[in-house]
Design a protein around this ligand. Structure first.
Ligand code: PMT
Length: 225
């Protein structure tokens, strides 16, 4: 297969933040820029995969080599787009930073300021990756990310198990050269067999290729699925 090791593979990637509206002018979100997910999507397409990219609101443009490109706003919209596209995917990579909560009520008129505090009630969003972990078939490889600020390894490994992933990529988002918004990332990859790789800081575009090399070589060689 040469330099197209993912030829014939269907890969679903989610990228970017979600945006949870509160009223017509305000929303809750996070610092994800989409750079990690877009780098993965571009790398997968370069390696010959048929890529579907589901993206939250980012300033990045649709990558030229990705035709199946879906823009969403909220976590619920991302969830429906994932469900609509999950069948027949060989690999799913969830690099999106999905909001765990959304404002419980959406006010259709701008909330006026009063003199005192304003209390907001938040309600849980669906956990998309956990749902995928429950509904995946045995041949699908599910890759999640973990953005952690403390007890980085422990929290990451717990997520791998809880969400039934095959591989987790853990980034310590307190580092200046890793995580949200940066052009570089520094991650530890752990798979469900317990194999662990610590990678040095590198550009997200390079890391994307390293992750696919891991999936196509090390992981596929070592795993009995
Ligand atoms: O976009 P960039 O600026 O390049 O930044 C990249 C990144 C830091 C966002 C990325 O590398 C990353 O870590 N993405 C996952 C962020 C995250 O939401 O982590 P988490 O630990 O909260 O969630 C764990 C996993 O569950 C993730 O794969 C996430 O997509 C998924 N999840 C989380 C919550 C939820 N409601 N549904 C989900 O599917």
């Amino acid at each position: 297969i040469g330099n197209r090791p993912l030829a014939g593979q269907k890969i679903l990637i989610t990228a970017g933040p979600t945006r949870e509206p509160l009223d017509p002018v305000r929303y809750m979100t996070n610092h994800s820029s989409g750079k990690m997910g877009y780098a993965l999507a571009e790398a997968a397409a370069e390696k010959g995969a048929e890529v579907t990219l589901i993206s939250g609101p980012v300033t990045l443009e649709q990558p030229a080599n990705i035709k199946n490109y879906i823009r969403v706003g909220t976590a619920n919209e991302m969830f429906s787009a994932v469900k609509d596209n999950l069948a027949n995917q060989d690999i799913v990579i969830k690099s999106a930073a999905v909001s765990d909560y959304r404002p419980k009520t959406y006010e259709d008129k701008k909330i006026k300021k009063g003199s005192g505090d304003l209390n907001l009630t938040l309600t849980r969003n669906p956990d998309i990756l956990q749902w995928i972990g429950k509904h995946k078939n045995d041949n699908q490889i599910i890759v999640g990310f973990a953005a952690e600020t403390n007890d980085v390894m422990e929290n990451g490994i717990n997520k791998l198990k809880k969400k039934n992933m095959d591989i987790i990529i853990i980034n310590d988002v307190t580092r200046a050269d890793a995580g949200f918004g940066t052009d570089t990332n520094c991650v530890t990859l752990i798979d469900k067999k317990g194999n662990k790789k610590d990678y040095p800081v590198m550009p997200k575009k390079e890391l994307a290729h390293v992750i696919f090399d891991y999936i196509t070589h090390d992981y596929s060689d070592s795993i009995t699925r």
